[in-house]
Design a binder for this molecule. Structure first.
Ligand SMILES: [Zn+2]
Length: 160
C-alpha cells in the first residue's frame, strides 16, 4: 500500500551572521538565517509534516509543540529522526521526497547539492530519491520582499 503526504512550512528570514542557516539538516554558509523557536529548518519541518500526513498522524505542532522549552534551538534532524522512528513502528518506509523552497533570498542553487546529500544521509535514501528544487515569487508578497522563506514537501511512503 502506498500513501502520499505533503507538508508546508514558513519562517521569517533575517540577516544574521551569528545564527547559522540550516536547510535539510545542512549547515549553509550564508549571511541569512531563519528565525524560530527551534533551528527553523523549514525543509525538515515541511518534510516531517509530510511524513506524518502520509500516515494520518497529525502534524509536527502536535508531536513537537513550540511551547516545549526542551525544543528551543533544537536540531530539527532530531524531529526528523523521531518522525522516522514512528513511521518504522507503523510499518511505513519512505520511497521518495520532492521539496520546493520558495523565496528570493538566499539563492538555493549554490546550496542544492549540500541540502540533497544531507537529507539523503538523514533519510537513508539514494540521492535520486531526494529532490530539492527552488522557485521565487517574482518579488511578490512577503517572500518576494525577502521577509521569509518557505518550503513545500511531498513524500511517497510504502506500507510493508
Ligand atoms: Zn518550522
Amino acid at each position: 500500500m502506498y500513501r502520499i503526504g505533503q507538508g508546508l512550512d514558513f519562517h521569517r528570514l533575517e540577516i544574521n551572521q551569528e545564527r547559522p542557516l540550516i536547510l535539510g539538516g545542512a549547515l549553509l554558509d550564508s549571511e541569512y538565517a531563519l528565525v524560530g523557536h527551534s533551528d527553523a529548518d523549514i525543509v525538515i519541518h515541511a518534510l516531517a509534516d509530510a511524513i506524518l500526513g502520509a500516515m494520518g498522524l497529525g502534524d509536527i505542532g502536535q508531536h513537537f509543540p513550540d511551547t516545549d522549552p526542551s525544543l528551543k534551538n533544537m536540531d530539527s534532524s532530531i524531529i526528523l529522526k523521531k518522525t522516522l522512528d514512528l513511521s518504522k513502528e507503523k510499518g511505513f518506509q519512505l520511497v521518495n521526497i520532492d521539496c520546493t523552497l520558495m523565496g528570493e533570498r538566499p539563492k538555493i542553487a549554490p546550496h542544492r547539492t549540500k541540502i540533497q546529500s544531507s537529507l539523503s544521509s538523514l533519510l537513508n535514501l539514494p540521492e535520486d530519491c531526494v529532490s530539492i528544487k527552488a522557485t521565487t515569487t517574482e518579488k511578490m508578497g512577503a517572500l518576494g520582499r525577502t521577509e521569509g522563506l518557505g518550503a513545500s514537501c511531498v513524500v511517497l511512503m510504502e506500507k510493508k
